[in-house]
Ligand binder design. Structure first.
Ligand code: GDP
Length: 359
């Protein structure tokens, strides 16, 4: 899948850069262009991809702190500049645009939903969001901001792929210490998803196509991705069990959104040397994904890759019913109520408890 990446805010910019680097180093050529947008000048200086500062008139390059309403406003004010910076990046080959952001901060949290909406107006391509959810240990501001941002971006984007900051790093690492390894994991796994739709030489019928990714995300809502790999056996026959066991690990322990298994749609991509991918194993794993997700729409395909490992990549679409999301939204609502609670504010009893949209 040929994609253009726009990272908004600090996390968004770093992840967009990691994805662009991975794609370049692997020679996949799926990433057509990458842009980082931020209201904090200092965060943009550390990046090698192209950048665009927003909110210069309002915040003078100092960022919006954790104020995601201000983040939404500065993006709206400078939307024309951002769209101009994208000109020429969205080539005729581009098949999708990804807006990437940490949902718990300010610039990305507020700015990403605004940018998605602006892109939807102009481009006739799927506009996806790749959002990072704050880990459980992050403060209540992050949780509340992420709740409002998520609610809004899910409404605007064609699909929102979520990565929980508690998911793709080793237990024991602090969240901040883990950012680099989480970003590397995102780059490798989401980068493989982008590349898996790219035609590779010597393709067979079973090779996965970009349209499979787009169709899996077609229903919109929230999506997530699982990944696991193991040492490959020599022959396809040797790998029958390996394929089922990496698929199981991808869904149960390798997922970007822990405990999100029930899904509307799914795509299982098996990556490895073509002659070592067992048809029987892949078919069995696909039926297993059908059983686990409860989805009748499980697509599948191979990703021929010259590697000594065999990997399963599972994309799940429509996971918003999962307990993980309900639990997060509850956490965000509580965090927002805590922030709103003023000591003498009896009128608060009459306010709607629901999280408001950002705009
Ligand atoms: P912004 O610059 O105002 O958009 O704020 P940030 O991008 O710093 O967003 C804050 C949220 O993103 C928090 O939940 C952080 O834990 C998370 N975050 C910040 N930097 C990174 C990063 O490099 N990687 C990951 N995975 N998360 C990050």
């Amino acid at each position: 899948m040929k994609v253009v990446l726009i990272g908004v805010g600090q996390a968004g910019g770093k992840i967009a850069q990691s994805l662009a680097e991975f794609d370049y180093n692997m020679d996949f050529d799926a990433v057509q262009g990458a842009l980082a947008v931020n209201s904090a000048h200092a965060d943009l200086q550390n990046l090698d991809i192209e950048t665009q500062l927003v909110g210069q008139d309002t915040v003078k390059g100092h960022g919006v702190g954790g104020d995601n309403e201000l983040g939404a406003q500065v993006m709206q004010d400078d939307a024309i500049e951002v769209m101009d910076s994208l000109d020429g990046k969205i080539t005729a080959q581009a098949e999708a645009i990804f807006v990437i952001a940490g949902l718990g901060g300010g610039t990305g949290s507020g700015g990403a939903p605004v940018l998605v909406r602006e892109l939807q107006r102009v481009y006739d391509l799927p506009i996806y969001a790749l959002g990072v959810l704050p880990g459980r240990g992050e403060g209540s501001m992050y949780q509340a901001n992420a709740g409002r941002s998520l609610k809004t971006v899910v409404r605007e984007a064609d699909s929102t792929i979520l990565v929980d900051n508690d998911a793709w790093h080793d237990a024991g690492e602090s969240i901040e210490g883990a950012f680099d390894s989480i970003n590397q994991n995102i780059a490798q796994r989401i980068g493989l998803l982008f590349a898996s739709g790219e035609a590779v030489e010597g393709v067979g019928e079973s090779v996965v196509d970009t349209s499979e990714v787009i169709n899996t995300l077609r229903e919109g809502g929230i999506a997530c991705m699982g990944y696991a790999s193991a040492i490959s056996g020599e022959t396809a026959e040797d790998n029958i069990n390996a394929v089922t066991s990496v698929t199981r690990s991808a869904l149960f322990t390798g997922t970007s959104l822990p405990d999100a298994v029930t899904a509307d749609s799914a795509l299982l991509v098996v990556a490895g040397r073509p002659e070592a991918i067992p048809r029987k194993g892949v078919e069995r794993a696909r039926r297993w994904v059908e059983d686990q997700t409860g989805s009748m729409q499980v697509r599948g395909g191979d990703f021929p890759l010259d590697s000594d490992r065999i990997a399963a990549l599972v994309l799940l679409g429509g996971v918003e019913r999962s307990p993980r999301i309900e639990e997060f939204m509850e956490r965000a609502r509580e965090a927002q109520q805590q922030q709103q609670k003023a000591p003498e504010d009896h009128a608060a009893n009459f306010r709607n408890d629901d999280l408001e949209d950002l705009f």
